[in-house]
Design a protein around this ligand. Structure first.
Ligand SMILES: [Ca+2]
Ligand SMILES: [Ca+2]
Length: 203
């Protein structure tokens, strides 16, 4: 006599339901994704110093397991919506610097600065080539797993001033930049890392 017998009807129903449940779960395995967060999404005052923005990158796999990534486990690009060196922004370059320390921990430093006012004090005409409406830094992190590239986006802003309208304006710019990045990887106009050496000090 076989050790295994055909299940009774209620048991067969349960077995069918269980197998269907397992199959359903396999078919709906979640798509992996990246999470990017910064501890300092807004910088003030605009004193041209580098600030470690506390970039935190996590990878969520198809099982929902969350892993914090070290700096050697992803690529990062940082761009901004203002030139690196223009009128009224202190003439410091580069404006971002990514360091990976001996322990593999990463530190993304961003310069706390933005362009000066868009108009001369007597309102006789434009003073800068930019709008002077606050600076947005866009951080784009990518990671490739089994030939598939995943992306996440975060922003850091430096408002033109601390009044309500200036802060709302730069927040709206950041929101739009993040949405475009998440949609199709769109970056901002200027490469924050520029061509200069990565030195975490005011130059
Ligand atoms: Ca600069
Ligand atoms: Ca801007």
């Amino acid at each position: 006599m076989s050790r295994f017998s055909v299940p009774s009807c209620p048991s067969r129903i349960f077995l069918t339901w269980f197998l269907a449940l397992v199959a359903s779960g396999a078919a709906h395995a979640a798509t992996p994704y990246l999470i990017c967060e910064v501890a300092s999404p807004t910088l003030w005052p605009p004193n041209h110093t580098f600030v470690d923005i506390g970039l935190d990158v996590r990878y969520v796999d198809s099982c929902g397991c969350v892993r914090r990534l070290n700096g050697n486990q992803f690529d990062v690009a940082i761009t901004q919506d203002e030139p690196l060196d223009d009128i009224g922004d202190g003439h410091f370059e580069p404006d971002a610097c990514l360091e990976v320390d001996a322990c593999g921990c990463y530190h993304l430093h961003v310069r706390a600065e933005r362009q000066g006012p868009a108009w001369n004090k007597d309102d006789t005409g434009p003073k800068t080539t930019g709008a002077g409406d606050g600076r947005v830094y866009l951080i784009v992190v990518t990671r490739t797993v089994a030939g598939v590239q995943y992306r996440c986006c975060a922003t850091v802003t430096v408002a033109h001033s601390q009044n309500k309208d200036a802060k709302a304006s730069v927040a709206a710019q950041a929101q739009a930049a993040k949405a475009a990045c998440e949609r199709d990887g769109t970056m901002l106009e200027y490469d924050s890392e520029g061509d200069g050496p990565c030195v975490v000090a005011k130059q």
